[in-house]
Design a protein around this ligand. Structure first.
Ligand code: URA
Length: 248
């Protein structure tokens, strides 16, 4: 007999005893009994027992447990070539959550998100709106393992990894999300549109406002993108500065 069957049997016995006691009490005060014989105890007990939890499921995990699942993840081929998983980092609950594409070489080597050239540039963007990963921002990526040669993650790799990010967002509880780059926009907003078309307005993900902008690596390659990024950052800052939009 398994532990679950043991529990079910004990619960059934306790339930029967309980109904019998209730019946006796009802009889004492002259009420009609509960019809104990009509109760389907087995079915009742099954509905009361907690469902068996899949150890690989992200549901109900805390951040540490989630990180542990990511560290052991072998759901896609990116796990075969990674050095480290890159879970994400920052402050919880976050005022702002920045979501990028996936780790590059420096992130893969260190296990930390956005620590290479693009990451340092991203930190300077955050500094320009008086924010940082040390004080009020959480930073993560769509995929937690580096795609070889920094290629874009494939659809099945994104699909395998997305449940981790979705749970991470629930736990980080950001007031607003900034998606940097097309890969992040496509994955979270479920649209094939490019950043040029998506930026400049607010979207919602699970009720959380979302702003899309260019990826810092792209802006490093093309200076003309600096101005639109600055406008998008100001949009985020203005949203957070509006008193009704959340905690200060
Ligand atoms: N680019 C990303 O999208 N994420 C990182 O963590 C680093 C570079």
């Amino acid at each position: 007999m398994t532990a679950d069957q043991d529990k079910a049997e004990a619960l059934t016995y306790a339930l029967k005893q309980f109904v019998n006691v209730c019946d006796e009490a009802e009889a004492l005060v002259g009420h009609k009994p509960l019809c104990a014989t009509e109760v389907d105890y087995e079915e009742l007990v099954q509905s009361m027992l907690p469902q068996t939890i899949d150890p690989q499921s992200v549901q109900g995990t805390g951040l540490k447990q989630l990180q542990h699942l990511v560290e052991g993840c072998k759901k896609c081929r990116l796990s075969e070539t990674r050095t480290h998983t890159v879970f994400g980092e920052g402050v919880i609950p976050a005022r702002l959550m920045v979501i990028g594409e996936g780790p590059g070489a420096e992130e893969d080597a260190s296990g930390r998100a956005f620590v290479g050239k693009a990451g340092k540039y991203l930190d300077s963007w955050l500094g320009a709106i008086s924010m940082s990963r040390e004080t009020n921002v959480y930073i993560a990526n769509i995929v937690k393992c580096r795609p070889p040669e920094n290629r874009n993650p494939e659809g099945d790799e994104v699909a395998a990894c997305l449940p981790y990010l979705k749970r991470q967002i629930q736990l980080v509880k950001p007031q607003i999300i900034l998606l940097v780059g097309a890969v992040a926009c496509h994955a979270l907003l479920q649209t094939p549109d490019g950043v040029g078309k998506l930026r400049g307005r607010f979207f919602r993900y699970e009720g959380i406002p979302v702003v899309a902008t260019y990826h810092p690596a792209g802006v490093l390659r093309n200076e003309e993108l600096k101005r639109p990024v600055w406008e998008d950052l100001k949009k985020v800052a203005a949203y957070l500065a509006t008193p009704l939009n959340g905690r200060s």
